[in-house]
Write a protein that binds this ligand. Sequence first.
Ligand SMILES: NC(=O)c1ccc[n+]([C@@H]2O[C@H](COP(=O)([O-])OP(=O)(O)OC[C@H]3O[C@@H](n4cnc5c(N)ncnc54)[C@H](OP(=O)(O)O)[C@@H]3O)[C@@H](O)[C@H]2O)c1
Length: 246
Amino acid sequence: MASRDTWLILGASSALARAFARRAAREGARLLLAGRDTADLADGAADLRTRFAADVDIVAFDAVAPQTHAAVAARLASAERPNVLLAFAAMPMQAEMESKPALAAVTLDANLTGAATILLRLLPVLEAKRGARVVIVGSVAGDRGRPRNYVYGASKAGLHALASGYRGRLHRAGVSVSLVKAGPFDSAMTFTRTGLRGVATAEAVADDCWRAAHRRATVVYSPATWRWIMMAVKAVPEPLFKRLDV
Ligand SMILES: NC(=O)c1ccc[n+]([C@@H]2O[C@H](COP(=O)([O-])OP(=O)(O)OC[C@H]3O[C@@H](n4cnc5c(N)ncnc54)[C@H](OP(=O)(O)O)[C@@H]3O)[C@@H](O)[C@H]2O)c1
């Protein structure tokens, strides 16, 4: 990819986003880090400049505060060749949401409403500049609702449908929209979770995001073995699935 590409990273303080930013900086891309904690973003930007002599900027972004979205879109509009990684998400524990149902709204608001709001805000920017790449980070949790994770799973299922429609909407403008359905990987999100098997690294998932963007892939699983695992999981009949402790 040419060095004039700019990657807007939404949720830039996530483990995956940090790994993706390092990869993109190594490849010579410009970066626009977007997130809620601007002090943390400034530290991340300084690190990328030191390590890779990267051209990095930051912008305040809160998925659930649409008033922050116009400035993000305006900053991206000034890029010659804009690209987007959508990597933010909230994932409270399911048990916590069952005792505090308002947390379910926080999850759906950030992961689905927030994603829809910012993607729609970015639509005219992307449509105006042919050839952009968008990567949306979904989850295997969105492929089938499980008792242990069904609200987060529902938010990701909605995000997957959003990605599909967004891809079709932008297809004629020459913009690719890649959905990366990630399995569990090492991050703050999985830090306290027990019983997770086959946890990948954030770097491996970031590399899959990078490759998906450059192949202009539509839907990929990361790591790839999750495609087959989820095929099997989805094939389990509901009367049996409801009995499983998953
Ligand atoms: N880790 C996994 O096992 C796993 C598996 C499948 C999919 N994923 C997906 O991969 C992506 C990255 O996850 P991760 O595990 O790397 O994340 P992480 O390190 O736990 O970070 C989550 C990020 O989301 C941001 N965020 C939460 N609510 C936000 C809001 N309202 N507005 C803006 N940013 C918000 C957080 O910002 P603050 O720093 O401001 O809190 C943080 O940067 C997410 O989409 C997640 O759903 C993760």
